[in-house]
Design a protein around this ligand. Structure first.
Ligand SMILES: NC(=O)C1=CN([C@@H]2O[C@H](COP(=O)(O)OP(=O)(O)OC[C@H]3O[C@@H](n4cnc5c(N)ncnc54)[C@H](O)[C@@H]3O)[C@@H](O)[C@H]2O)C=CC1
Ligand SMILES: O=C(O)[C@@H]1CCC=N1
Length: 271
């Protein structure tokens, strides 16, 4: 199965909010015809309607793919709309946090191929990263098709074990929010040091954006990039003494924050 099959047989997208829309935009940008997509969402946005996809219309009999992009708490209400697609002919791809593969087998039958994924919101600009893992009925071809779908919005990595999904969710799924909060916090601290708020925010955004791009593009690892900024006994060293403090610095804080996120993912998985 490839994107030509998806164009011919159709793709159903269940839930088209922030993540669903980012994916939809990526697929349409990549050349998937709007008439090949069926969106099911009780409140589709004007932007989704404007794409020309089918919204809340009768579903094709045997779509190539059904993508689940509703909140984990909505699964009980949302999945029954797709019951008829279970059984094997349609590949299910879920982007939902804390929703195990077994939840989809229970809804659609044990023979249904399902690929569970965890994308992130930089997908909206084609800069996401998505981790994937398939269930037993999902073949190499199914996983490859799921990767093609997710590559429309960024990079992909395949996991070895579904249990890794909780840590992935805590790291790359939720991670953009930590970075946005870092920008907010740097801007606030800049204001506290006497800068006007708009100037502090502009500096913080560009610094995090530029440093992120440098970290991704450079052949140096992040530790070396950090050392490149840090003059002996200079300003950066003074700040890093605070940020790298064993008890109260970034590492300890992020250990706690990500443990909370991963624990919440495990809790959601238990239903
Ligand atoms: N926002 C993020 O950063 C990420 C979200 N995810 C996952 O993506 C999924 C969607 O999250 P968001 O897009 O952020 O949420 P969202 O709230 O923006 O979108 C959810 C959409 O589902 C629709 N919906 C509600 N009930 C429905 C039903 N019964 N049938 C069909 N559609 C229904 C809503 O109208 C809404 O458009 C979640 O499972 C979340 O865990 C995964 C990675 C990152
Ligand atoms: O907060 C959440 O539950 C979702 C999953 C990863 C990012 N947002």
């Amino acid at each position: 199965m490839d994107m030509d099959d998806v164009a011919r047989r159709g793709l159903v997208l269940l839930g088209c909010g922030k993540m669903g829309q980012a994916l939809l935009d990526g697929w349409l940008r990549g050349g998937l015809p709007a008439e090949s997509v069926w969106v099911i969402d009780p409140a589709p946005s004007d932007a989704v309607r404007a794409t020309g996809v089918h919204t809340n219309a009768g579903l094709p009999e045997s779509p190539a793919v059904a993508v689940v992009a509703v909140k984990p708490q909505m699964m009980g209400d949302a999945l029954p709309a797709m019951t008829a697609l279970g059984g094997g002919a349609t590949l299910f791809v879920s982007v939902a946090a804390g929703t195990p593969l077994a939840r989809f087998a229970a809804a659609f039958g044990d023979a249904t191929p399902v690929v569970r994924t965890m994308p992130n919101t930089p997908a909206a600009i084609g800069r996401g990263i998505t981790a994937l893992i398939g269930n037993v009925p999902a073949t190499g071809d199914h996983l490859a098709l799921a990767e093609v779908l997710m590559r429309a919005v960024g990079q992909t990595v395949v996991l070895q074990d579904e249990a890794q999904m909780d840590a992935v969710t805590a790291l790359s799924g939720s991670g953009p929010a930590y970075v946005f909060h870092l920008i907010e916090a740097m801007a606030q601290a800049g204001t506290a040091q006497g800068l006007p708020a708009d100037l502090a925010l502009a500096l913080a955004r560009a610094t995090v954006g530029g440093a992120g791009q440098l970290a991704e593009d450079s052949t140096d690892d992040p530790a070396q990039l950090r050392r490149n900024v840090t003059s002996p006994n200079g300003t950066t060293a003074a700040a890093l003494d605070v940020l790298m403090d064993e008890a109260s610095g970034f590492p300890a804080l992020l250990q706690r924050a990500m443990a909370a996120a991963a624990d919440r993912s495990r809790e959601l998985s238990r239903g």
